[in-house]
Write a protein that binds this ligand. Structure first.
Ligand code: ATP
Ligand SMILES: Nc1nc2c(ncn2[C@@H]2O[C@H](COP(=O)(O)O)[C@@H](O)[C@H]2O)c(=O)[nH]1
Length: 207
């Protein structure tokens, strides 16, 4: 058991299911939650900023970081490298913040090995056609990229059962409420409360 009061959450979904929209809404509503900013070798989309959505780096720098053992987990997704640096997450967990890793199923497996207390949440779309429609409406990727992401969607979704919780993102507000309630519930787990309220519990039991 790691001596952290923050919880580590893994959020996975096929591209376009809505995981970024959900975590962004949760971050606005809950000041105890932070997102881990990954490193990637893919090009920024319109509106994305270095250090906000991702740290955008080239292949050589990514390979240097692997050689330096700088990653907590990393994987190749859609022909690009993506990874979570160790530095990014542990400071926040130690401050008692909940940290979200928005990563694919390969990264999720690595995190579970290294950090078994991590809580996995898988987001499913209501249908394959709405997934494709969302990718098209988002208008951030070419038709070719969208088709490659759709082709990988079923493989990503086939790992849903490796996660602790599943949310179907049909109505956005309902999905957000479900996600928020999972965060709340994990904060009230007995080992977490024992760490956080150890003194109070000792006082209450001291008569
Ligand atoms: N419940 C919903 N109903 C309709 N549209 C939605 C819903 N949730 C998200 N969207 C829209 O679907 C599109 C894809 O969402 P988003 O970018 O959050 O997906 P993602 O899973 O993070 O994808 P990626 O892995 O490619 O970054 C966005 O345009 C978003 O506004
Ligand atoms: N294993 C990891 N997967 C990651 C990480 N950051 C993002 N991702 C996953 O990549 C795809 C595509 O993301 P996109 O931003 O290009 O649409 C998606 O499934 C993400 O979850 C990471 O650090 N490690």
């Amino acid at each position: 058991m790691h001596k952290h009061t923050g919880n580590l959450f893994i959020l996975s979904a096929p591209s376009g299911a809505g995981k970024s929209s959900l975590y962004k809404a949760l971050l606005k509503a809950d000041d105890k939650v932070r997102i881990s900013i990954s490193h990637t070798t893919r090009a920024p989309r319109a509106g994305e900023e270095h250090g906000r959505e991702y740290y955008f780096i080239d292949d050589e720098s990514f390979l240097d970081m692997i050689a330096e053992d700088a990653f907590f987990e990393h994987a190749q997704v859609f022909d690009h490298y993506y990874g979570t640096s160790k530095e990014t997450i542990f400071g926040m967990l130690e401050q008692g913040l909940d940290v979200i890793l928005e990563i694919d199923w390969q990264g999720a497996r690595q995190v579970r090995q290294l950090y078994p207390e991590a809580v996995g949440i898988f987001i499913l779309p209501p249908s394959l056609s709405s997934l494709e429609e969302r990718l098209k409406k988002r208008a951030t990727d070419t038709e070719d990229v969208i088709q490659r992401r759709m082709a990988k969607a079923v493989n990503e979704m086939s790992h849903y059962h490796e996660y602790d919780f599943v949310i179907v993102n049909d109505d956005f507000d309902t999905a957000l409420a479900e996600m928020s309630s999972i965060f709340m519930a994990m904060r009230a787990k007995t080992p977490v409360m024992q760490q956080k309220y150890g003194n109070l519990i000792n006082d209450l039991l001291s008569l």
